[in-house]
Structure formats: C-alpha cells, structure tokens
Write a protein that binds this ligand. Sequence first.
Ligand SMILES: [Zn+2]
Length: 201
Amino acid sequence: MSLNHSDYVKDIVFAFKKLPGIGERSARRLAFYLLSQNESVAYDLADAIKNAKQNIKLCKNCFNLSSDDVCHICNNPSRNHKQLCVVENPEIIYVFEKSGNYNGYYHVLHGLINPLEGIAPSDLRLRELTGRVETGGFEEIILALNPNSNGEATSIYIQKILSPYNVRMSILARGIPIGSDLEYVDKDTLSEAINYRKKFD
Ligand SMILES: [Zn+2]
C-alpha cells in the first residue's frame, strides 16, 4: 500500500524538527514551502546536503570539517604554530576565520560538558586535545567557548587537564554577552574579544 500525501509531509516535518531551532510550526512551513516550489528547489537542497555529507569528513588532527584527511588550516605551515584555539564546533572556526584576526591553529571539541544532557568529558575530543598540547609545542591555548555555564565548566575542566603542561591559557575578553552563542557574534566583536583576551586562572 502506498503512502498518502500527508504521510510524506509528516516524514519531511519529522526530519526538519530534528534540526536546532526548528519547532513543529517552522518544520511544517518549510515542508509545505518545499513541496509547493518547482521540484529543482527541493532536489538542489537534497543534493547539496548529500554531496556535502559524502565528501566532508573530520580532520584527523583538529576535528574541523574537511574534504581531506587533514584540513586546510592544519595543512597551512604559515600559521602561528604557538597558538591553539579550542572551540565547541566547526561553525566557530568559520566565524573566527571570517574575522581574519586569528592565525593560529584550532581544536574542535564537538560539544561542551553538559551534565543535564549527559554529555561527559569523555564524549568530547579532550584526550586528543591533551595529546596535541603534549606534543605540539604550543605556547598559548585560547579557550573560545560560549560564555554560558557549560562553556565555563568545560574551560575549567580543560584548565585542569592541561595544568601539567607548560602552556599559557587564555579566554576571550568580555564584550561577548553572557549566555550568547559565539556563532552569532559579529566579526568585529569577535576580533576585539581575541585581541583583548585575558589570562585564564
Ligand atoms: Zn585540521
């Protein structure tokens, strides 16, 4: 028996609702919008997502998104070898790179410690971070995590696990509103936050 049209719509709504910030109503609006458009709109979207997912992987070194085993940033020898910036997700790297004000390397945790959602330190790329700090010759670790309780808990945890190593730890300067998402900070604010970063202790 074939599905009727509302079952197809439900499938799309269900898929959209898994995305961050999309509730039932937005999901429904997007689904009906796509279905009312020329079919190329929906197919182009589906193809773009499929192509990206098939061709993008995580950099073996920093866990940024990459089309190669090692990303273009890790592969760039002209960056500042002394600085390592720790971020929650690859989107933050995108924002930092757009600000044009940071030339060191990155390390992506892929999350923050979040006891309420059961995200423990072992769920993040922290072991790999320690490994890079141990062997990478970095002099400064910049903790660029969101200024919320999970970001702070994660920063404190990182400070603890990196304390045996001879590295300077910094956090972004104020100016980024408490509780805001770094993803949405404009590039000038972010540039200032990097320039005026301070010692984390
Ligand atoms: Zn990389």
